[in-house]
Design a protein around this ligand. Sequence first.
Ligand SMILES: [Zn+2]
Length: 267
Amino acid sequence: MKPGPKSSPKPPPHPAAGDHPRKSAETGQPVGVNALHLLVFGAHPDDIEFACGGIVARETRAGRSVHFVVCSRGEAGTHGTPTQRTAEARQAAKLLGASLEFADLGGDAHFEERAVHVVALARIIRRVRPGFVLAPTTVENQHPDHYKLGRMVRDAARLARYGGVRELRRDPPHAIGQLFFYAVTPEAEPREVTPVFIDVCDVMEPWYNAMIAHRSQLKSRPYHLLQMARASVLGQRLGVHGAMALYPNDPLVFDSLASLGRSGRRY
Ligand SMILES: [Zn+2]
């Protein structure tokens, strides 16, 4: 199924943190008028749950809207058919309380960085109008679909706010609040970016259940145990039971010191 306004869900309006009644210098459109709290892009049917499912669970548990865009059916995987993997992705999204659609960027293991694909992703951003966007990191030593998707989402978030892009004129421009990258594996963690950490200790169970919904993928390796171990190590470092990292694409801006939360310096 290709993304389109007729077949894709339009999540209910939800105010996102950081809304401001100011206008974009580039588009003249209001900034921060979001129809969706969080939009998450994944290259393969299981990437979102394994890499940032706990973060998603935190947001949906708080009543904030989350939408997944999965950009293949996992047809190049060693285990599981596209039909099985599509069903697993739907079940996992449901367990996390997120809506889901599929997009086509050339097929599993065949992602191509093309303008037409970036425009297609920008069109999705304009349609669902998120406050925050998550995508895989652009570190290259990982599955090639992951870093190619990360780069295309970064570029799409830029095009989504440009008023003059011919193919995008059907929907008004939209400037997202922030783009964060997630690392599907430890090898994909960028060394030069300071991460932000999300405390996920209250949602370890729904996150775990969403991961094991991808049962076809657990036949080769215990990917879910790797992710739980990563969250546990990060959590121990920060003084909580579980934490996950996100890597900001741009500098973070806060209204005041009161918004900064707590420090992770424990040792
Ligand atoms: Zn993947």
